[in-house]
Design a protein. Structure first.
Length: 138
């Protein structure tokens, strides 16, 4: 089980993560990851003194939420998928930067996926979501 401070519960939190985060789909899951922007104190456009927010940001835990729709299956199947994803994310949440928001959306294929396959898909999706975006040439 995730600690209360690590869970997303409000729909506005989910909406902010889904709209503002980076979306990556792999296999049976889609991951929306929002990483907080750390401002560079050497680049300042304001003449006010710069506050050190590093202590504040390190105290903000990474948070996770799960979306498992009825398309995945009946209530028993959806709860099984949620339990599996929760257990997988609990181990991986500490590796994310402090203040990150992670939303994991289960696709219908997650109902039949094994635990190792869900772990592989989740790891691959988080790795791609954390990597810097590459510019696409037109």
């Amino acid at each position: 089980m995730l600690a209360a401070a690590q869970r997303l519960r409000r729909s506005t939190d989910f909406a902010a993560a889904v709209r503002g985060g980076r979306r990556v789909g792999r296999g049976a899951v889609v991951v929306h990851l929002t990483v907080p922007v750390i401002a560079d104190p050497s680049i300042s456009t304001v003449s006010e003194p710069v506050r050190d927010n590093s202590a504040e940001q390190s105290s903000v835990p990474s948070r996770a939420g799960f979306v498992v729709s009825k398309a995945v299956g009946n209530a028993v199947t959806r709860n099984r998928v949620k339990r599996r994803l929760r257990a997988l994310v609990r181990d991986r949440l500490t590796a994310l930067p402090a203040g990150s928001t992670l939303v994991v959306r289960a696709l219908p294929a997650a109902a039949d996926a094994s635990y190792p396959r869900l772990a592989t898909d989740l790891d691959a999706a988080i790795a791609v979501a954390r990597s810097p975006r590459e510019r696409r040439s037109r």
